[in-house]
Write a protein that binds this ligand. Structure first.
Ligand code: PLP
Length: 510
């Protein structure tokens, strides 16, 4: 098309406002858009992600309205919807940021303000980077030295059980690792289509990834009356049911749990491993909250450690992928997108396929890899940054523990709200009693009852939560998910506002 034709065509589009319709101009045929809602990938349309859904979109809009001076019954929106630690005011660990700053701008290695241990870590990381720069691509599986450091970290964590750096893959956060593993697992058509067992309530990454891959979601329900524990008989029920229409191949566990905040006992993990072995299921253990344990008597047990302590019958047989991330725990460095996966008993030929698959995307972000390295290789007792590091880590985890207790205590005082102990992770998933009148009004508005509740809470108080329906819940029960991340004083305000709102809501609809 000549330039003048192009100009006239654009003008015609603007004039007629028919962008997308077939039209002819000087003999040129222009077609409808190729990519439309009718032609696009239907699996993508099925994807849902409540954590950033309509409530959050409305929250952003309200923030804009407040800035424009529109009067509301509150002066700020408090986002307690997402596990984004730093966005909620959590401070980064000084040592991590020092090493990252040095890696990003190596001239600072000459600066006497930086401690020697941070400099030596940065120097070591840079030596392992292409051209000594954080800006170079790395190998697709992740920088070898960092994978070795991760392997040593896992060995320390698991009481000496060996870890092969070749079984470690670095990713753009744990999300990328989980989706990649699911990609490998999904195959077949009809009855032979892969089914993947996920907990309900679940972290919606799982349901979204399964929808995108057109895999079959097999829901097993956590036991709310028993602190969201996992019951093997429920796993068995869900599996038997699913075998009628798909081929179950994988079982996903989130421990500590999101959104439910439970920490699994060692006994439960053993039972899950026995179940997976008996039913020939590939285990996926999402352990991104492994340092976030608050409740007395609760302890983190990695699936890898338990598997190996159960003896060769299991440790040589059960296939396991476990996941960790820089986004959670005391680090909360979500934006760096650092994560890793350890695979155990993966078929060597499949491993070649996995390595091929990750190499298509070149490599995970190198700053995220560098951050992972300092997380697994923090200051040691004889190093200058040790005391500050320990203090910052302890204070951050202690503050989260305090907020976990405060949240469950205050919410349990509110008539119509029932909350399990927040044993770990960063969330509470309380059950809310909604009167029939409220449920009816929600239906009239075309909303789920808990969406109706959360939307009303947002409009009246400025507090942004996620409706339980976005995570899955038993029919006829309603919940919301709230993070415990806001600073203590702000969290108190949030809880007081929820209490007041709930009382008013019950009066209005009873
Ligand atoms: C259970 C669980 N798994 C995985 C992720 C994703 O972590 P990342 O930021 O490393 O992708 C999250 C994030 O909230 C999570 O809660």
């Amino acid at each position: 098309m000549t330039k003048s034709n192009q100009k006239r065509f654009t003008q015609a589009i603007i004039r007629k406002g028919i962008y997308g319709d077939t039209m002819t101009e000087n003999g040129c045929q222009y077609r409808e858009r190729v990519l439309t809602m009718d032609t696009m990938n239907p699996n993508v349309k099925r994807v849902e992600y409540a954590v950033r859904g309509p409530i959050v979109q409305r929250a952003v809009q309200i923030e804009r309205e407040l800035k424009m001076g529109i009067k509301k019954p509150f002066t700020e929106v408090i986002k307690a919807n997402i596990g984004d630690c730093h966005a909620m005011g959590q401070k980064p660990i000084t040592f991590f940021r020092q090493v990252l700053a040095l890696c990003a701008y190596p001239d600072l290695l000459e600066d006497s303000k930086f401690p020697e241990d941070a400099k030596s870590r940065a120097h070591r990381i840079l030596q392992a980077c292409g051209g000594g720069s954080l800006g170079a691509y790395s190998t697709s599986q992740g920088i070898e030295m960092i994978r070795q450091d991760i392997a040593r970290y896992i060995e320390r964590r698991d009481g000496g059980i060996t870890c092969d750096p070749d079984n470690i893959y670095l990713f753009t956060g744990a999300s990328d690792a989980i989706v990649t593993m699911l990609k490998l697992l999904v195959s077949g058509e009809g009855m032979s289509r892969t089914g993947v067992m996920i907990s309900i309530p679940q972290y919606p990454l799982y349901s979204a990834a399964l929808a995108e891959l057109a895999a079959v979601q097999i829901s097993y329900y956590l036991d709310e009356d028993n602190c969201w524990s996992l019951d093997i008989s429920e796993l068995r029920r869900a599996l038997q049911e699913a075998k009628k229409h798909c081929s179950p191949r994988a079982l996903c566990i989130i421990n500590p749990g999101n959104p439910t905040g439970q920490v699994q006992s060692r006994q439960c993990i053993e039972d899950v491993i026995r179940f997976a072995a008996a039913e020939k299921l590939f285990l996926m253990a999402d352990e991104v909250y492994q340092d976030n344990i608050y409740a007395d008597g609760c302890k983190f047990h990695s699936f890898k450690k338990v598997l190996f302590e159960m003896g060769l019958e299991y440790s040589e047989k059960v296939e396991l992928a476990s996941f960790h991330s820089t986004s959670k725990c005391y680090m909360g460095e979500c934006g760096f997108r650092g994560g890793y996966m350890e695979v155990v008993n993966l078929d060597p030929e499949v491993k070649v396929q996995l390595t091929k698959l990750v190499s298509v995307r070149l490599c995970p972000p190198v700053p995220g890899q560098a951050l992972l390295d300092v997380v697994v290789n923090p200051p040691q007792p004889d190093e200058p940054s040790y005391d500050t590091f320990i203090k910052e880590r302890t204070d951050t985890l202690a503050a989260l523990g305090e907020k976990a207790n405060m949240t469950q205590e205050i919410l349990n005082q509110v008539p119509g709200i029932k909350c399990n102990p927040v044993q770990g992770a960063m969330y509470t998933f309380p059950r809310i009693h909604l009167p029939p009148k409220a449920i009816l009004e929600a239906k009239e508005k075309g909303q789920t009852p808990d969406m109706f509740y959360c939307m009303k809470l947002l409009e009246e108080t400025g507090i942004c939560l996620v409706p339980g329906s976005g995570f899955g819940q038993r029919d006829g029960t309603y919940h919301f998910r709230m993070t415990i991340l806001p600073p203590k004083e702000k969290l108190k305000i949030v809880l007081a506002k929820i209490k007041e709102f709930q009382q008013h809501f019950m009066e209005q609809y009873s």
